[in-house]
Design a protein around this ligand. Sequence first.
Ligand SMILES: Cc1cc2nc3c(=O)[nH]c(=O)nc-3n(C[C@H](O)[C@H](O)[C@H](O)COP(=O)(O)OP(=O)(O)OC[C@H]3O[C@@H](n4cnc5c(N)ncnc54)[C@H](O)[C@@H]3O)c2cc1C
Length: 398
Amino acid sequence: MKQAHVMIAGAGPVGLVSALVLAEAGVRVTVAESSPGLNQDFRASTFHPPTLDMLAPYGLTPDLIAQGLIARYTQQRDRHEGVVAEFDMQLLAGDTDHPFRLQCEQWKMTKLIQSKLEKMPHVTIHFNAKVESVEQTGDKAITRLAIDGQPHQVESDYVLGADGAWSAVRRSQGIEFEGFTYPERFLVISTAFEYADHLPKLSYVNYCSDPKEWCVLLRVPTLWRVLFPTKPEETDEDVMGDVLVEQRLQALLPQDKPYETVHRSLYKVHQRVAKTFRQGRVFLVGDAGHINNPLGGMGMNGGVHDAMNLCKKLLAVIQEGQSQDILDRYERQRRTIAIEYINASTARNKKEIEERDPVLRKKTQDELRATCADPVTAKAYLRKTSMLDALERAESIA
Ligand SMILES: Cc1cc2nc3c(=O)[nH]c(=O)nc-3n(C[C@H](O)[C@H](O)[C@H](O)COP(=O)(O)OP(=O)(O)OC[C@H]3O[C@@H](n4cnc5c(N)ncnc54)[C@H](O)[C@@H]3O)c2cc1C
């Protein structure tokens, strides 16, 4: 029998998790990544409990925990008044093996997966390999790509578009990416400055609402990351420049000496979902299928959940001879979650953190305090924010 072959565009977290799940089961996998190596950008830093549960059978979770920080508590704060509600993720014990958020950079996971894939003879990873288009015939897919600038083509049974927000796979299939882009961009500043010594009762994950300029303070093992919205009229150059960066950091916490920053990145922020996640033998996973603002840390986590869902179905088709029809369930389950849950929750998180109306701000804060005070409602809140409910909802979709 011919060995099945899956082509994956993109060696980000979602492409590599997909590659690992398929390759561990013996499927031949080719990955094409347009960059010269794995990206080390400063994006995802939060792994939610069910993602850690899913990654555990692949031997990733203990290594990620060893390289990250266990965040037992998450806080909703008022930027000026401090803690509004602190949620204890231990309430989720019993629903997950990992009742905490793991603060760990996404590139640590891709590096770990790369080292596993490199030992597998049936896996090929091409760097400097830019996927340009995918064509489909009755029983195969042909991916056209440029490797080191030279044209190549790869024939496979299936193609996974894990090539991020600007997915060439999605575009080559003519799939619309419905939604919108926010006018403001998000600025992420990393600094070794120890905020916990100055802002009382800080946890590792802090969402700080404010009518003028909200922010998020996230701890990763060696740094604090501070995320600010920017004003649409500010130029990229100004936003990333020393003057505005210093102004923003001083306004958050005045210090007599200037802040030292380690990294600065500026991101466009979107809420978009692809019109379909499946076109014949081609599937969209992760940011190629859905993008959202980072408030709540659901992009990479949701993408890993896509990868697990789809790859298990592909294995059932490839190795157990199940009908290809089950692959449509991937789209029904995961596209529904992208719209109803990931997109809706992150959009709501942004609306609440930036709310200007004092009455609505007070209402949200009162609700958060009341939710947090009762273990039953606090647990329900944590099941939502940690994406456990989304996975249960996906399973309920036939
Ligand atoms: C500031 C910020 C903070 C965030 N924090 C979190 C968080 O804490 N938790 C969370 O869950 N999510 C978070 N996210 C979102 C998260 O980073 C993304 O959802 C995640 O990176 C998506 O993974 P992916 O593999 O689908 O896409 P990507 O990470 O974008 O990877 C796609 C890969 O494909 C490659 N590629 C692109 N085009 C091609 C092509 N034509 N051919 C071949 N290769 C190609 C790219 O080089 C890249 O390596 C955050 C995002 C931002 C901006």
